[in-house]
Design a protein around this ligand. Structure first.
Ligand SMILES: Nc1ncnc2c1ncn2[C@@H]1O[C@H](COP(=O)(O)OP(=O)(O)OP(=O)(O)O)[C@@H](O)[C@H]1O
Ligand SMILES: [Mg+2]
Length: 303
């Protein structure tokens, strides 16, 4: 288990940024999805020990986030949302310097700096002043400095911001490669579901400082579907098969209620047609509300 948080509260003065966040992150790649101002960056800063929670407790890689921040920072790589560069420094000096700040001896930090800069595709430009870097190069450099000390866990805050479609795809591929081949757990913050989907299979949705949903993306995507609850008399098998072939998901509950999740563009009258074809009686038909559905649409709609 890489992160465990219990009931974290945090306010900036009168602004409540986190309101009782409890969360467990396992190994692998997880996305933290939420609209602007949801509290994503604040949560990362709490996990890194940069901010101290008003209430609640937590552990990152087994270390207490109130008292063992030093160990957390040695083993966690952090790609911040804002620019973190030192003007007038070239990329390799900068990366090595941050390696030293994480506790590496100078020579080792320098050796690793060269390695990670090649790894992120900046090998050729590693002696250039960071000030002259393009947006895409800056994001790669931010990733390099987050990897220099060989962390076990990586926090990435909006790694695709300011990038054009190609740059965005390239950095996502790189992050995906880090997550899958380097045995590093990743927490990727974004307000864009597609970014998270490209890299993660788990997602935590945060809204207004509270966790709104948490689970496999595949399952949560169903929330964007319409849900109809039906009572049906007759044999379900072919009814289910036909609807599933049309992109729906069909579930049967214990009390013989049939739940049909339909994609957003699906005409619900088709459910009646399929039922009629299969000589089924629809005895009840209710469009159900899922509170998550609206939230999810809102979160995803930001893109
Ligand atoms: N230094 C600060 N002082 C006062 N309020 C702040 C500060 N930083 C953040 N906030 C507020 O706390 C809330 C959460 O902000 P946070 O930056 O964590 O959100 P976020 O999910 O990272 O948003 P974004 O997608 O815009 O980066 C917002 O209401 C924000 O305005
Ligand atoms: Mg943020």
């Amino acid at each position: 288990m890489s992160v465990e948080l219990k009931n974290i509260h945090f306010s900036y003065g009168k602004v409540k940024a986190l309101n009782g966040v409890s969360l467990t992150l396992n190994e692998g790649a997880t996305g933290l999805l939420g609209p602007n101002g949801a509290g994503k960056s604040t949560l990362l800063k709490i996990m890194l020990g940069f901010l101290v929670p008003d209430e609640g407790e937590g552990r990152v890689l087994g270390y207490d986030l109130r008292t063992e921040q030093k160990f957390i920072r040695q083993q966690v790589g952090y790609m911040p949302e804002d620019e973190c560069f030192i003007p007038g420094m070239d990329a390799v000096t900068f990366t090595a310097y941050l390696g030293e700040l994480s506790g590496m001896p100078r020579q080792e930090a320098m050796k690793r700096a060269h390695e990670v800069l090649f790894y992120v595709g900046l090998g050729e430009s590693r002696y250039r002043l960071v000030d002259t870097y393009s947006a895409g190069m800056k994001q790669r450099l931010k990733l390099a400095q987050a990897l220099v000390h060989d962390p076990k866990l990586l926090f990435l805050d909006e790694p695709t911001s300011n990038l054009d479609p190609t740059g965005r795809q390239e950095i996502l591929e790189l992050i995906g490669e880090v997550a899958s081949t380097k045995n590093i757990s990743v927490l990727l913050c974004s307000h864009i579901l597609a970014d998270i989907e490209a890299v993660c299979d788990q997602v935590v949705i945060i809204n207004k400082g509270e966790i709104a949903a948490n689970g496999r993306i595949q399952d949560l995507k169903m929330i964007d579907y319409r849900l109809y609850e039906l009572k049906i008399k007759g044999e379900l098998e072919t009814f289910r098969k036909e609807l599933e072939a049309a992109g729906c998901r069909v579930e049967e509950t214990e009390d013989r209620l049939v739940k049909v999740y339909t994609p957003p563009d699906f005409n619900h009258l088709e459910i009646f047609r399929v039922a009629a074809r299969n000589k089924l009686q629809v005895r009840q038909f209710v469009r159900s509300q899922t509170s998550l559905e609206d939230l999810f649409a809102k979160v995803v709609g930001v893109d």
